[in-house]
Design a protein around this ligand. Sequence first.
Ligand SMILES: N[C@@H](Cc1c[nH]c[nH+]1)C(=O)O
Length: 368
Amino acid sequence: MTDTSDLLPEGLEDRLPASAARITTAMRACLDVLDQHGYDRVRPPLLEFESSLARRMQGISTKQMFRLTDPASLRTLALRSDITPQIGRIAATSMAGAPRPLRLAYCGDTTLIRASQLDPARERLQLGAELIGADTAAAAGEIVALAVRALHAAGLTGISVDFTLPDLVDTLAAKAMPLAPETVEQVRRELDTKDAGGLKAAGGEAYLPLLYATGPFDKALTKLRELDAGGALKSRLDGLEAIAARIGDTARITLDPTERHGFEYQSWFGFTLYAHGVRGAAGRGGTYRIGGCDEAATGFTLYVDAIAEAAPQPETSRTVYLPTGFDAAAADRLRSKGWRTLEQLSDDEDPSALGCTHILENGEAAEL
Ligand SMILES: N[C@@H](Cc1c[nH]c[nH+]1)C(=O)O
């Protein structure tokens, strides 16, 4: 019987060995790729002052974060719900003097008070890279290509990248397709729900063609270029084309220029990563500015729990049982060749039940 005090709160779960192994393998594969590409790992803390998490990026709300009062400082702390703002803080403070562009990687748990229906988990393992000091098409191309490589390394297939232009409506509303300030938000909402009737009613008729400029990248880009008569979007669209060229055929590319779900602080470019078997998004990223110093940056975050679920189950290495009094040098030799070892602790053990396939006999692994 499980004592009810042992139950875990909704949206939080233990990862048992098979699931933890998948996560560890996916995490290692992705972190190795980031390291190989010159991204140095940093480890910001799990919680910090609420005010510092809130100020680093536009549109971040600490309402979604678990908050508590620090008995030591009597100030409000928040548990991070996203690591990117912490990387922004590091870049703006302790690493402000480091040469640019600065390439940083990270991996750690984040929590949310309220999860979404699609993904009920309230604890999420984020892993990502941030390129600080540039938000050009070249920087964004490097970041998207790196994200795709990391997903490949984790063993995922059928990878696709969906591009978006998070500040699209603001850019168009400024001049090319003017909107009264009070209707901007309404137009954004109608675009979110892709409701043509609602869009017209909200006074956003000029924005209707945007609803149809979505789908496979080349076609959608051509449509967007056609409707961009005044050239307000030219630099953005050229940027998207350059990024797409960088990715080549390593991933399928689509464009949904009005998608803004999950892009609270991204500026001219945003992207969502998908892969075969991954429920929801495998990751997200884009360009943004670090609050407080206004430095430009580009980055991505992978959602490791979702990735691990779809990644192939890692092969477990064979395990050899080491009877009491075993030859330590022989055991070392086997481990260095990739074997796992399990030491005998008492006479009544059943090596097979404990997961062993072999036993150490005369310095060699003999089948059980
Ligand atoms: N941290 C963002 C993605 C991102 C990283 N860098 C820029 N954007 C997210 O998880 O949605």
